[in-house]
Write a protein that binds this ligand. Structure first.
Ligand code: NAD
Length: 298
C-alpha cells in the first residue's frame, strides 16, 4: 500500500519506519530537516513537501504536535486551502496527533466534503511503544473506516479500540493523559519521599510496583533517574513525551471539563503544576521531569 506520513517527530518517525519495515511504500515529510534525516537513514523515502508526499497515496497519516498544526496542514492557515485539496478522492486520512475533538470534527467534515474518509486515531504507549510497534490506538470514526485503517494501524500498534464517532478517540486520549499526569506527579512525590528517607530508589520502585500503588510509571517510565535504564529519566529527561505536550493535553482536558461542567480537581492541579514546570524552563524535557519540582535539593 502507498502511504503518506506527515510529521516525523519522536512518535511519527518510528511509526513511519515500522510501516516501511512492514513492506508499505511510505512517502514521508516533516518541516524539520533533522526529523527527515533520521527516518531517511532507516530507508524511508522523504518527499519534498506535504503535497508531494500525498501524491498517489491510498492512506495519509499525520502525527503533529497540536490542533493548530493539524488544522493548518489540512485546511490551510490563511483560507488558501490546505493539503486536503491535494489528496485523491476516496483516500483514507488518519490523524494520530492528540488534538481537540472539535478540531478533529472540523477537519473530518472538510475531508468528507472533499470525498475523503477520515478517522481520529490518537495513540498511547510512548516512544518505546512507537519503536516496538505496540501502541494503543483510540479511534473515532465509522466502523467501515476503522476496518479500512486496521491493517495499517496493526503495523504500528498492538491494541486498537473503537471509542465512538469522530472525535471520540481524542476524548478517550485526553481522559487517559489527565490520569497519566496525575499518576506521574503522585509517583514523583512517593519516590522523592522514600529517597529523602534514605530508601534505595530501585528497591522502593519495586515495592510500590508490586503493591497497591502500582501503575504505568512504576512499570516502565519511572521519573527517578537510574530505575529504568531506557526511560527518559535515565537519559537526562531527553526524548520521550515533552512537558509542553503534556501541558497541551491537560489544557484540552480542562477545557473539556469546563464545557461539560465536570469536576476534575486533580486534573486542574496537574495542569497548574505542569504550567509552572514549563515556565521554569522544562518545557522541552520529558514530562517525567516534573519530579524536579518535588525533589529535595542537596
Ligand atoms: P514532536 O514534536 O516530536 O514531533 C512533531 C513533528 O511534527 C515535528 O518533527 C514537527 O517538525 C512536525 N510538524 C509540525 N507541523 C508540521 C507540518 N505542517 N508539516 C510537517 N511536519 C510538521 O511530537 P511527538 O512527541 O512526536 O508527538 C506528536 C503527537 O503525538 C502530539 O500530539 C503528542 O501529544 C502525541 N503523543 C506523543 C507521545 C510521546 O510519548 N511523545 C505519546 C502519545 C501521543
Amino acid at each position: 500500500m502507498q502511504i503518506a506520513f506527515i510529521g516525523l517527530g519522536h512518535m511519527g518517525g518510528p511509526m513511519a519506519i515500522n510501516l516501511h519495515k512492514a513492506g508499505h511504500k511510505v512517502q514521508a515529510f516533516d518541516l524539520a530537516t533533522a526529523a527527515c534525516e533520521h527516518v531517511k537513514a532507516a530507508g524511508v523515502q522523504i518527499a519534498a513537501s506535504g503535497e508531494a508526499a500525498v501524491k498517489g497515496a491510498e492512506v495519509v497519516i499525520s502525527m503533529l504536535p497540536a490542533s493548530q498544526h493539524v488544522e493548518g496542514l489540512y485546511l490551510g492557515r490563511d483560507g488558501s486551502g490546505g493539503l486536503l485539496a491535494h489528496i485523491a478522492k476516496g483516500t483514507l486520512v488518519i490523524d494520530s496527533s492528540t488534538i481537540a475533538a472539535a478540531t478533529s470534527q472540523k477537519v473530518a467534515k472538510a475531508a468528507q466534503a472533499a470525498g475523503l474518509a477520515f478517522i481520529d486515531a490518537p495513540v498511547s504507549g510512548g516512544v518505546g511503544g512507537a519503536v516496538a510497534g505496540t501502541l494503543t490506538f483510540m479511534v473515532g470514526g465509522s466502523d467501515a473506516d476503522l476496518e479500512r485503517a486496521r491493517p495499517v494501524l496493526e503495523k504500528m500498534g498492538a491494541n486498537i479500540f473503537h471509542a465512538g464517532a469522530i472525535g471520540a478517540g481524542q476524548t478517550a486520549k485526553i481522559c487517559n493523559n489527565m490520569l497519566l499526569a496525575v499518576l506521574m506527579i503522585g509517583t514523583s512525590e512517593a519516590m522523592s519521599l522514600g529517597v529523602a528517607n534514605g530508601l534505595d530508589p530501585k528497591v522502593l520502585a519495586e515495592i510500590m510496583r508490586r503493591s497497591s500503588g502500582g501503575n504505568w510509571a512504576l512499570e516502565k517510565y519511572n521519573p527517578y533517574p537510574g530505575v529504568h535504564e531506557n526511560a527518559p529519566a535515565s537519559k537526562g529527561y531527553a526524548g520521550g513525551f515533552g512537558t509542553d505536550l503534556m501541558l497541551k493535553d491537560l489544557g484540552l482536558s480542562q477545557e473539556n471539563a469546563t464545557a461539560m461542567r465536570a469536576s476534575t480537581p486533580l486534573g486542574g492541579l496537574a495542569r497548574a503544576l505542569y504550567a509552572a514546570h514549563s515556565l521554569a524552563g522544562h518545557g522541552a524535557e520529558d514530562f517525567s521531569s516534573i519530579i524536579k519540582m518535588v525533589q529535595k535539593k542537596g
